[in-house]
Design a protein around this ligand. Structure first.
Ligand code: BES
Ligand code: MN
Ligand code: ZN
Length: 490
């Protein structure tokens, strides 16, 4: 797994500032000027930082943005980066401020003079998130960034404030690594093996293979993987930190590659379909994070791992398959495969675990991208408290999430002539009809939310907290949701 940059938390030491030969980051605002750490560096550079912070260019910076001085006199440093960050900032702004430092990290590392800033831990977490660099398939990767030192007035307090967020950062990195890994490497078998390794964290992991799924009757999920050389699998993960409470169930779409099947996709952009296991990747990332921070909650994750390929054995348009629930499904389009996988994974999750709530995550529809682009994932929910909890958690983490309608009126688009339901609803409201299809596989009375993450899982450009590529969207939100709504008081 890609490791977060090494982050040391130390007490403030003037000599170390003067001698540090990497980058130095300090904080200031156009209104209040330099903070105490920045003032110290200002004196060493004979007022160079004051001039920068009093300049019109600095006045134009938003909180979380920065300006810098190269090879400043009086210091050994390569550069001093002055970040606009008010003392009273929210968590999202503090993380963004850390991220602008993380985006410019070099071999010689950085010294971050966070002093007594109340958001020092958030700055560290943002820095680590943005410094992610996926190097697994580079023969000659750029040298890794050097150590980062967070200099603060209360190192013990900051170190303990960082432990929860750093567990979540590792979870995000796991989700990003899984999404960034190409489909010839992350096969269904390799993915399952990677999840089995998470037993070392105290997570229970079972892998159900094709014969087991066949005898249980997961006909919809199995149909999707039928054309692939890689065997379909259902992976069940359990974190039991919450006593006897009914668990939260996470369900993830884990299509390691989506060619579209016989209803094949066009070539342009098909390589991106290596990210079609993003929902399963987020679920794995959340489980990692919960285990690493010892969350006092019960959470299970059910991941459907399949590959949607074209072959003589592949599912055909017009085929009728029988789901675990027993409903028959007419397959109009083999490219609407994610909902077939989720239908069985969701029914399995709720019939085995009777969860307190169920949340599925999936790169489910292109229509979701048409509706919301790359800034918000779509939220569909049958339960107000669960929807509100998710929106609040996403807001608190700075991850975009927007609620979509989920009313039964859309069901008429899914009526099949020969089976109980068909797997596509035509062009109008494609993300909503997909959600309505899934709703059939949620029993009455189970609070359920569906997150369509098709637009937010892989980004062509760097975001605030991630370089271009896999974002890990959702790990932070779900980790927070568990913390705020599903943990038993300690
Ligand atoms: N994995 C795709 C959705 C997708 C598209 C994710 C683009 C990320 C980027 C999904 O399996 C799919 O192909 N959906 C079809 C459904 C249609 C055939 C009803 C789609 O959205 O076109
Ligand atoms: Mn598809
Ligand atoms: Zn798909």
């Amino acid at each position: 797994m890609t490791r977060p940059v090494p982050l040391d938390v130390t007490a403030v030491a003037r000599d170390a500032v003067r001698a540090h030969d990497g980058r130095i980051a300090v904080f200031a605002t156009p209104e209040a000027g330099l903070d105490p750490g920045a003032r110290r560096v200002d004196r060493m550079t004979r007022g160079a930082l004051s001039r920068l912070v009093e300049s019109p260019a600095f006045a134009r910076l938003k909180p979380g943005e920065s300006a810098e001085l190269g090879y400043p006199p009086g210091l050994a440093a390569e550069a001093v980066q002055v970040v606009h960050l008010p003392r009273r900032s929210d968590a999202v702004t503090a993380r963004r401020a850390g991220a602008v430092i993380g985006a410019r990290l070099g071999e010689a590392g950085a010294l971050v003079l966070a002093g007594a800033h109340p958001r020092a831990a958030g700055i560290g977490a943002g820095l680590a998130l943005r410094a992610y660099d996926f190097r697994d398939h580079k023969s000659d990767p750029a040298p890794p960034p050097g150590r980062v030192t967070l200099m603060v007035t209360r190192p013990d307090a900051v170190r303990s404030a960082l432990s929860g967020p750093m567990a979540a950062v590792e979870g995000v990195f796991l989700a990003r690594d899984l999404v960034n890994t190409p489909a010839n490497v992350l096969t269904t078998t390799a993915f399952a093996a990677r999840l089995v390794e998470m037993r070392a964290l105290g997570i229970g992991v079972e892998v159900l293979d094709e014969p087991a799924l066949e005898s249980l009757g997961l006909g919809a999920l199995l149909a999707v993987g039928h054309g692939s050389e890689s065997p379909s699998k259902l992976v069940v993960m359990q974190w039991r930190g919450g006593g006897e409470a009914a668990p939260l169930a996470l369900v993830g779409k884990g299509v390691v590659f989506d060619t579209g099947g016989v209803s094949i996709k066009s070539a342009a952009g098909m390589e991106e379909m290596t990210m079609d296991m993003g929902g399963a990747g987020v679920a794995a990332g959340v489980m990692h994070s919960l285990a690493r921070r010892g969350a006092r909650a019960n959470v299970v994750a059910v991941l459907g791992l399949v590959e949607n390929m074209v072959s003589g054995r592949a599912l055909r348009p017009g085929d009728v398959v029988r789901s675990l629930k027993g409903d028959t499904i007419e397959v109009i389009n083999t490219d609407a495969e994610g909902r077939l996988v989720l239908a069985d994974a969701m029914w399995y999750a709720q019939s085995r675990f009777a969860p307190a709530a169920m949340i599925d995550m999936a790169t489910l529809t292109g229509a979701m991208i048409v509706a919301l682009g790359h800034e918000h994932a779509g939220l569909f929910a049958n339960d107000e408290p669960l929807a509100d909890g998710l929106l609040a958690a996403a807001g608190g983490e700075g991850e975009g999430l927007w609620r979509m309608p989920l009313d039964a009126a859309y069901d008429r688009q899914l009526k099949s002539r020969i089976a109980d339901v068909k797997n596509t609803g035509g062009r109008p409201a494609g993300a909503i009809t997909a959600a309505r299809f899934l709703a059939r596989f949620v029993p009455e009375g189970t609070p359920w939310a569906h997150l369509d993450i098709a637009g937010v899982t892989l980004r062509k450009e760097a975001g605030d907290l991630a370089p271009r590529g896999a974002s890990g969207w959702g790990v932070l939100t779900l980790d927070r949701l568990v913390r705020e709504r599903f943990e038993t008081p300690g």
